[in-house]
Design a protein around this ligand. Sequence first.
Ligand code: ASP
Ligand code: MG
Length: 404
Amino acid sequence: MVMKFGGSSVADPEKVRHVAARFVDARRRGLKVVGTVSAMGKTTDQLLALASDVSPTPHPRELDMLLSTGERIACALVAMAIHDLGEEAISFTGSQAGIITDAAYTRAKIREIRADRVLKALDAGKIVLVAGFQGFSRDTMDVTTLGRGGTDATAVALAAALGAACEIYSDVPGVFTADPRIVPDARKLPIVSYEEMLEMSASGAKVLMLRSVELARNHGVRVHARSTFSDEEGTWIQEGDDMEHPIVSAVTHSETDVVFTLTGIPDRPGVAARIFDAVAGAQVNVDTIIQNVVHGKAEMSFSVPNEDVPATRAALVGTQEELGSFDVEENHDLGKVSLIGAGMRSHPGVAAKMFRTLAGLGINLQMISTSPIKISCMIARTEIPDAVRALHGAFELEREPIAE
Ligand code: ASP
Ligand code: MG
């Protein structure tokens, strides 16, 4: 069994001991236990702040050297606490555990896991702790990190490599119909399909890192997202069945997107390709894209995650030189609210009801984008909480769906 604990679950010495006891408990139930933990509390944020205090543009290789220490600290401490409880434990860095990644600093992808050392330690009866969020590139012989929230990816990849079950523990008891801090009567979902969870993680749900859900789907790993602080059943992320799906399963939101609007772009074939090649070349994941032609010139808007703003700006400067100057504006005051549901594929009218609900609050829709099982609207960031509450109510997500 692979058990992953998030940063808030190991935020202080007492919590470290609590997590150690959960590992010991699983071991004493006869399981072979591989643990992976995130850095304690806000460690990663603090290390990032420290780096930017020292350097305006921290060197990516050195950033990974720095950030990967957070998880090593947490793992070593958990291993010590396990020893005190009378079980054997051993902590490994990502590279000691054989986690091989590509060479992309700060956003590396796991390529394979050479688990020999982990398996040997398990066979010797030890609880094995693997530092989350990191690996090792054989191309550069360097330490890499997997992107924010990357310990989820470590856990799922380990479970896939070892053929193990995967439990992801955090301070929330599962996946909810909306963020319970905004919607007090949000409901915990017993099961979420991979495809719905992919859309939820991509549109702002923070329970699971997007990449970990991709890994889980690609390798058929069932993930149990549950609470560190109770034994209650959490949410299972697994293959969807062919039964009827609720039309809408959840409302998600995100307040970290920035919208770029480009105006006065020449209207000819290949221009969008050129712009988005440049943006993709800077490793930026673009979300909603809208294009329009006004008076023979193209206008384009797209959103990117906040942390990718500098890279996007730089990429656009390059294309401006090539395509002839166009204007670039940034909007930092928007947020995104999304409805997710596998059932909307076969039920018309969801978008209309969503727009009607937002119109009822006098909310202006700035951008709209859809997938077969998701509808997203960009709106003023300040109106996100009201929008989430209204949509949750309008689609009656607080109620258990009734099988049709
Ligand atoms: N510590 C890293 C982060 O804060 C990785 C993780 O928590 O999974 O993003
Ligand atoms: Mg996390």
